[in-house]
Structures are given as structure tokens and as C-alpha cells.
Write a protein that binds this ligand. Structure first.
Ligand SMILES: *Cc1c(COP(=O)(O)O)cnc(C)c1O
Length: 358
């Protein structure tokens, strides 16, 4: 028997979530964010599945974009951080990519290459996150500098929110005000919204939304809303029980004796560990499904295995099905029990986990 650890990827759910993003912002185009190998789901396969529907795709770097082009993806592809070296510009043109521009050095690199043409530029405004982009006071100058260049055919305004997922904070409103103050008199379409803003801040929809995590079915909002409740999980991570034993009250389970039984228990060992991407920091009590029954992780996660409480499942046996996250145990729940977010769980899935597309 091969090691029974796999991630099943539900392509219909992925398409459903993209359609939900589009219907949430009916007047916007939607750039499907497939950076980091589509958040660990497989960028080539998912982009191909969405090639007929997607208005554009978004990735973090040239290498990710070229991978999609070589696989036959013809839709526009946006480089969210633009280029890191001037030499990438020739490839951006060759592969017909859209590129972010977030700093003056990038503008100088474009100016220094007059042979370029047909550049689509997403000029980034730092509206308060202070990670990438031009300051509000420098933005108009950068915009005009690029607009007059013969190499440039299209300009889009872009910014990114720091707190769009935290619904009771005023930061998104403040960032939107900063955007309007700078952009309202500069003619171009705009793109502000990540998944959280797509779902919760319709004033931020603008010409292009940039949904990422929501396409994979995880709700980014700190309080679910009517729309986010319609998301469908795309990845189901499963494995099987490979050993079962009974232990006495007072005995411990796993490395460091982290879990200690206070009563007689039945313990199952599952063939998945942190080297597969299951978080080592998952606490005792993290939910897990065995044969359709919700139970919990007990003991520290090992590299290749973890242990679960089978006391409520007297019939569980070697070969019983285990869902680590998916449609029954949400990735958000596992993330919360591991002090992290679904983004790190999905992108942390390693090569050893077999991916099955349905
Ligand atoms: C990753 C990313 C997104 C998507 O963010 P989600 O929270 O996953 O929706 C959008 N815009 C930029 C610039 C990004 O880097």
C-alpha cells in the first residue's frame, strides 16, 4: 500500500468561488491570484481550469508567470511586485505580462530601455500599509512620468489593504480616503480589493478586484458574512490510521509527553506530519475527522505522523479515513488551533503530498 496521504483539489469549488467573487463585484474584472503555486493547490492545473472564465491571473514573480505561459495560459498575467531587476523587462514584454511598479528605481529601469513597448503598468500607491508603493505625495509625479513614456500603453492604480479582514477597524476606510485624495484626478482604472475587501468592502471594488484566499474557499473575514458563507473549500487533506492502541490513565502520547491521558483512551496514529505541511504547532484538541466523526489531535505532531483520540470511535481501525482539513474540518479551525492562518497551511503543503484533481 502506498502512503495514503493526499490533497484532493475540487476544481468545481474553485470555479464556484471565482464566480462568487465576480458576482460580488459585478462591475469589476477579477484578477485570480495564483501566486505561490496557487496557494499550494497547483497553479498550472488551477489556472487551466479557470482559463475560460478568468479576466486575468496574478502572481508574485516572473518565474511564476513564465510557468503559466509555458503551460499555455493566454490570459493576462499580472506581476504583483513587478520586476526585481531591469533585465526582467525584456521578458515581461516577450511574455506579455502586466507589471506592478512600486518604486522610482523601477521607473528609471523602464526609462533606460526605450526599445520596450506595450507595457501595462499597475502603479502602486502606499495608502498606509507601508510595505510597497509610492507615498501619496510622490504618486502623481510617478504617474505622469510613466504616462508620457512611449513604452507604456496602459496604467492602472493599485493599492493594498492592511486590515480589510478586520471588520471593526477603521483602517480600510482611512486607506480608501487616502486613495481618493490622490487618485481621483488621475485618469486610470483602479484595483484595491483583496479577498476580504471583495467580500466586505464594496466601495473598494473599483475596476479590478484581486481575490486570492477566497478562491481556495477559506473565509478571510474575522466575522463571516452572507457572501463568505457561500465559499466552498477547495483542498481536502486526508490520510489514514496506520496504528491503533489503548493506553491507561496517566500515560503520555508522543514526543515530550505533551499529552497525558486522564482516563483510559484509544489512540490512533495517522500517516501525516509536519514534513507534509501539517502544522507542528497544532495544539491538543485541534479538530480532525475520522470516518466522519469529529475527534481531536492529541500529542505533539511528528515529522511523518500524528496521533488522534479514537476513544469516541470504538470501530476505527487501521485504514480508517482521516480528514485533516477540507469540507468537514475547515482549514480556518486548524489554523486557529495552530496560531496561524489558512494561507500558511495551504502554501505549506509539501511535495510529498500527492495531489488529486477532481
Ligand atoms: C496576495 C495578494 C492578493 C490576494 O490577497 P488575498 O488576501 O489572498 O485575497 C491581492 N493583492 C496583492 C498585491 C497580493 O499580494
Amino acid at each position: 500500500m502506498a502512503r495514503p496521504t493526499k490533497a484532493s483539489i475540487d476544481l468545481a469549488a474553485f470555479k464556484h468561488n471565482y464566480a462568487l467573487a465576480k458576482s460580488t463585484a459585478p462591475n469589476a474584472q477579477a484578477v485570480a491570484i495564483v501566486k505561490a503555486d496557487a496557494y499550494g493547490h497547483g497553479a498550472v492545473t488551477l489556472s487551466k481550469a479557470l482559463e475560460n472564465e478568468a479576466d486575468a491571473f496574478g502572481v508574485a514573480c516572473l518565474e511564476e508567470a513564465i510557468e503559466l505561459r509555458e503551460a499555455g495560459i493566454k490570459r493576462p498575467i499580472l506581476l504583483l511586485e513587478g520586476f526585481f531587476e531591469p533585465s526582467e523587462l525584456a521578458l515581461i514584454q516577450q511574455y506579455q505580462l502586466w507589471t506592478a511598479v512600486h518604486c522610482q528605481q523601477q521607473i528609471e529601469a523602464i526609462k533606460a530601455q526605450p526599445e520596450l513597448s506595450q507595457l501595462h503598468i499597475w502603479l502602486k500607491l502606499d495608502s498606509g500599509m507601508h510595505r510597497l508603493g509610492f507615498n501619496p505625495q510622490d504618486y502623481a509625479k510617478a504617474f505622469h512620468e510613466l504616462s508620457v513614456l512611449p513604452q507604456v500603453t496602459q496604467m492602472v492604480h493599485m493599492t493594498h489593504f492592511a486590515c480589510a479582514d478586520e471588520l471593526h477597524k477603521g483602517m480600510t476606510h482611512k486607506q480608501l480616503q487616502a486613495c481618493h485624495a490622490v487618485l481621483d484626478n488621475l485618469p486610470a482604472g483602479a484595483s484595491f480589493a483583496n479577498s476580504a475587501a471583495t467580500l466586505a468592502h464594496s466601495q473598494a471594488h473599483q475596476a479590478y478586484i484581486r481575490p486570492g484566499i477566497m478562491l481556495y474557499g477559506a473565509d478571510p473575514l474575522d466575522e463571516a458574512n452572507r457572501l463568505s458563507k457561500q465559499l466552498r473549500p477547495v483542498m481536502t487533506l486526508t490520510s489514514k490510521i496506520i496504528a491503533v492502541r489503548d493506553i491507561e490513565a496517566g500515560e503520555s502520547v508522543g514526543y515530550g509527553e505533551r499529552f497525558r491521558a486522564t482516563k483510559p483512551m484509544r489512540i490512533g496514529t495517522v500517516a501525516i506530519g509536519y514534513a507534509d505541511g501539517y502544522p507542528r504547532h497544532a495544539k491538543d484538541g485541534t479538530p480532525v475527522m475520522v470516518d466522519g466523526v469529529r475527534t481531536q489531535l492529541v500529542g505533539r505532531v511528528s515529522m511523518d505522523m500524528l496521533t488522534v483520540d479514537l476513544t469516541p470511535l470504538p470501530d476505527a481501525h487501521i485504514g480508517s479515513e482521516v480528514e485533516l482539513w477540507g469540507k468537514q474540518v475547515l482549514a480556518q479551525e486548524v489554523a486557529e488551533c495552530s496560531d496561524t492562518i489558512p494561507y500558511t497551511l495551504f502554501t505549506g503543503i509539501t511535495r510529498r503530498v500527492y495531489k488529486e484533481y477532481r
